[in-house]
Design a protein around this ligand. Structure first.
Ligand SMILES: Nc1ncnc2c1ncn2[C@@H]1O[C@H](COP(=O)(O)OP(=O)(O)OP(=O)(O)O)[C@@H](O)[C@H]1O
Ligand SMILES: [Mg+2]
Length: 320
């Protein structure tokens, strides 16, 4: 068989300032006061930007993943990244990389996700992280800054990344919430991907109706906060607001096994297709396909390329 040549694409850098070593397992039922005997466990290198890098790679593209790592968990994290052959640059930190813990309850199909805060980062460490990003931003390419900020990192961190990207002619994509998102929007970015909860928090509204969702997403485009706003509504579809107008897509009906990494997969497919020169509408379909392909896989497992491409074709044909 001939090796497939990835389509030409503009370079993508991902940034993960608060990565997490994801530990996942299963147990019959989560009950207090008992020893909960668990099944086999699995370790994954998680955290927003790194998940984006892993999905881009699965879909045939490539990224440079910049991330922080420290302590024994950071060491394990680095090994997992190396095993997946993800091109990366590491910012060493004094604290220990956090762990996240996901437990699937087999009796009910419920999932419990314990998300830890992350190690305190010093001023010198986050400045070093920014300097590394500044030196690696691909001119004319994309920077994806995704995930929470650990303690010690200022809330304008992603706004600073957005400014650096703009200075180097790169487009910045931010997936964050609260004031980190607000500051990035004030700076101006290429794309944001809030969930309903995150966009609602930004506007102090519940955004229950479709009209209010479109109004909120479109307002960010109109005032120059973002060129594109992809609002994801879990199983209820997604909305893309751009200068050219608003597109709405239903999500494909799939068997939901685990939503871990769904938003990151959405973002990965969006940026990959844009970097490959596709239209925002085509990128949006790929994004919904990748998000939904990830919820089909158990626990922390991310999407499979065949599922993404099948769902992408179905969405393009209006079959879902
Ligand atoms: N029940 C579902 N059925 C099909 N696809 C889904 C479902 N839930 C999520 N998805 C897919 O994952 C994408 C992202 O999901 P969601 O809106 O929950 O964002 P998220 O970033 O994972 O959420 P949050 O950051 O709040 O945890 C959706 O656009 C969709 O493609
Ligand atoms: Mg999200």
């Amino acid at each position: 068989m001939e090796a497939s040549i990835p389509p030409a694409m503009q370079p993508i850098l991902t940034l993960t300032v608060n990565p997490a070593l994801d530990v996942s397992t299963s147990t019959d039922r989560v009950i207090s006061g008992h020893k909960l005997r668990c099944g086999s466990s699995r370790l994954d290198p998680g955290g927003g930007g790194v998940n984006v890098a892993r999905v881009v790679q699965r879909l045939g593209g490539q990224t440079l993943a910049v991330y922080t790592a420290g302590g024994p968990t950071g060491e394990a994290y680095r090994r997992l990244i190396e095993a997946e052959r993800i091109p990366s640059l590491v910012v060493p930190i004094q604290g220990s990389t956090r762990q996240d813990f996901t437990v699937d309850e087999t009796a009910t199909g419920e999932q419990f996700r314990f998300v830890l805060e992350g190690p305190e980062m010093s001023d010198a460490e986050w400045h070093a992280c920014l300097a590394l990003v500044a030196g690696s931003i691909p001119v004319g390419g994309y920077v994806v800054a995704s995930g929470s900020l650990p303690p010690g990192v200022p809330q304008d961190f992603y706004a600073r990344v957005a400014r650096l990207a703009r200075e180097r002619g790169a487009r910045c994509i931010v997936d964050a919430s609260g004031s980190a998102l607000a500051e990035a929007l004030a700076e101006g970015v290429f794309l944001v991907k809030p969930s309903r909860r995150e966009l609602g928090l930004h506007f102090g509204a519940t955004l229950e109706t479709y009209e209010s969702q479109v109004a909120a997403a479109s307002a960010l485009v109109a005032d120059g906060s973002a060129e594109h706003v992809a609002l994801t509504l879990g199983g209820e579809g997604a909305v893309l607001a751009s200068k050219s107008g608003v597109t709405r897509l239903p999500v494909p009906q799939v068997q939901v096994r685990s939503t871990v990494g769904a938003g990151d997969s959405f973002l990965a497919a969006f940026v990959l297709r844009i970097a490959q020169g596709r239209s925002p509408e085509a990128a949006f379909r790929a994004a919904v396909a990748a998000g939904s392909a990830t919820v089909m896989t158990p626990a922390t497992e991310l999407c499979h390329r065949e599922d993404v491409e099948r769902l992408e074709t179905e969405l393009a044909a209006g079959l879902t």
